[in-house]
Design a protein around this ligand. Sequence first.
Ligand code: 13P
Ligand code: SF4
Length: 305
Amino acid sequence: MPVQDGIAERIAELKARRHAVILAHNYQRREVQEIADFTGDSLELSRRATEIEAEVVVFCGVHFMAETAAILNPGRTVLIPDPEAGCPMADMITGEQLRDLKARHPGARTICYVNSTAEVKAESDCCCTSANAARVVQAYADAPEILFVPDKYLGQFAAEQTGIPLVLWDGFCPTHARLLESDITAAREAHPGAVVMCHPECTKPVRDASDAVLSTGQMCRFVREDPAREFIVGTELDMVHRLRLEAPGKVFHPISSRCICPNMKKITLAKVFLALERLQYRVTVPEAIRGRAEAAIRAMLEVAA
Ligand code: 13P
Ligand code: SF4
């Protein structure tokens, strides 16, 4: 039987047989979001990863997200359905580059966005996500200097919100950096009166031209609570599926068809099926790095509990 036939049912059967749980990020394809046990933003997924009881975790997202689940669950099998699903921003700083930066700023504390490798997390005092960057920065307000890696735009946004200067690394998300202020102008003209939301990974002109700057999990809450009926969604294209489920009576317009994360799209139902059938591709982190990376993730969960 071809893998696609009745695939959602076959995934459900295999999942039960493997005692597995499927976690998915909000940018996953609609059909992948539909077979997941839990869908969320990076912070919600990290929290969820601390509560896992299943033997096998299939992580539908990009590599650093599966790695975070592996760091928090050393005794469990964590799988990513496509090992090539990476995050280019996470690869913009290596552990060695961060050690060099720290050597040039003795006494500084280091905050890393979770969109980073386990080795970079291990070199950091605390992680943050797009949902809690300002709160984490605020928690280190007394530090002589704060290094913020790798996302310069999220760092800039957290510095603006807190008034605390940060030493920024020159990293960025290629998907969000593609959005321009002119995309917002065009979307407002096409949908007059719609509320514009954008992600903190967007550039400053895009953030400034938006009505609200929100992580993907914050967008879910915002559209339920805000009285507006129509929204322009300034983030990855597939986010609109999640929002339509959150607020079924409301209307969502993706800001631009160019805002696609090709790595998030590498995960397909066929690959999820094969991941469960073959227990592939296992994500592991060497213990010497894992323990220190876990400390940085747990420091974040404590600050933003
Ligand atoms: P969220 O944590 O807001 O879901 O963002 C993750 C991400 O990779 C955005 O590009
Ligand atoms: Fe990385 Fe950007 Fe894709 Fe998020 S959208 S996973 S930051 S490349």
